[in-house]
Design a protein around this ligand. Sequence first.
Ligand SMILES: Cc1cc2nc3c(=O)[nH]c(=O)nc-3n(C[C@H](O)[C@H](O)[C@H](O)COP(=O)(O)OP(=O)(O)OC[C@H]3O[C@@H](n4cnc5c(N)ncnc54)[C@H](O)[C@@H]3O)c2cc1C
Length: 426
Amino acid sequence: MKNNHNLLEIPNINSKDAKLKELIYDIDDSLFNKDNYSKEKCEHLCICSGGTTSSCAKNDFTTLDLRKNYSNIHLDKESNLVTIGGGVIMGDLINYLQKHNRSFPIGLSKLPGAGYILTGGVSPLSRAYGLAIDNIESIKGFLGNGTFIYLKKNKLNPEQQLIWEAIKGAGAFFSIITEIELKTFQSNPIKIIEGFVNLDELSEIVQLSEAFPENISLQWIYAQKIYIYVFAELKNNLEDKRTEESLMLLDKFPTLEKKIYENFNKINFFPKELKLYELNANNHSEVISLLGEDLKNDIPIFMKCLNEIMDNKPNNSCYVASQQLGCKTKKLNHGSSFFIHRKSTWKPWIYASWNKNDLQEKEIALDWIYKSWRNLKRFYPNIHLAQLHNHLNSHEEELTLAFGNRMNELKTLKNIFDPQGILPPL
Ligand SMILES: Cc1cc2nc3c(=O)[nH]c(=O)nc-3n(C[C@H](O)[C@H](O)[C@H](O)COP(=O)(O)OP(=O)(O)OC[C@H]3O[C@@H](n4cnc5c(N)ncnc54)[C@H](O)[C@@H]3O)c2cc1C
């Protein structure tokens, strides 16, 4: 293993600041040699794809950075399947696809890498096209014991079947994925209705959104103020009757503006006016993602709870946001996966950051995240494990609430395919 740098140039500041033991780019046998990791510190190998989480680099841990050698993107023009390396970021993927008038259901940011796909991948387009994992056709990579794997949908033997299902949602615990083949979709124009609203308006808009057709989704963020995006894909450039009727109901909100974007690539969610702290180099941060079903009659009581959470925020970086899934993500016709909470229609997340040198502020910010999570549990009882938190106290509970009755299968896979615990711990 070569020691190239001890810092990583990536979006997540916690990981960017980590003083690495080693930074490596290649997968060779030495990677799977337990002697390279220290037992006392429960050291394991960190994997970096988009580098947007706090777990892709840690003080005195080795990071495998996939961005350099696993960054290829190739579209097969006959099948319209795209093959990407395990270190490709979602912005590069959709920019590439746009040149061929194709698209993929990426999330609200272009920065995340393959971690977005492997952890499920909730997109504003998911109600129409499913989660990112629902669109995986094949994968290549290595298990934690060093074995190379190539798995193709509908061509799996019984032993491969469980690995395939677990890679879709929980692959990070026992595999390193170097290549993913994905379905793509025709790129269509997007109509966005967006703006600042107050809590009563948010309440009404959430109620409307729970009846939206599959091509429309709501995303909202409550930071210092509340901002919403209603995202509508206009298939074949047309606003069909149901879309028109659904969007017309938003005309009564005076602050909302309508814009049409040629395609998904042109949209930037959460612009500067929101004054978010996400990329502030002086701050470290954490985020917990939840899952739950439609609020229906609970909307008023949820809004009250949300308001209390925001009233108690310890600093201005803190926010709660939510994105809408449902429709196609509820269907299991893509095959089984370890994203088990298929009934979910909302994915809220709770974000907080703190001055990176202030441990007391860190404790207060994390405490706010945990308290807010406890209060939101009655509405959103489950977890979307989009970030690995094995460095936080919440890790075990998050695992249980993310994988539920598949946890034992995951533990078995971990024991068999990562017996030395080279990859992140369960
Ligand atoms: C601004 C922002 C917006 C987001 N919006 C959404 C959204 O709309 N929908 C949504 O679902 N999520 C969203 N996320 C969450 C994001 O998709 C997940 O946190 C994801 O895990 C990040 O992946 P990454 O590759 O960028 O992260 P990294 O920090 O590079 O990786 C995270 C972990 O994933 C594992 N991993 C990554 N790549 C591989 C691989 N090739 N093989 C094996 N393991 C791997 C590693 O264990 C790694 O520690 C958002 C995150 C951010 C920062």
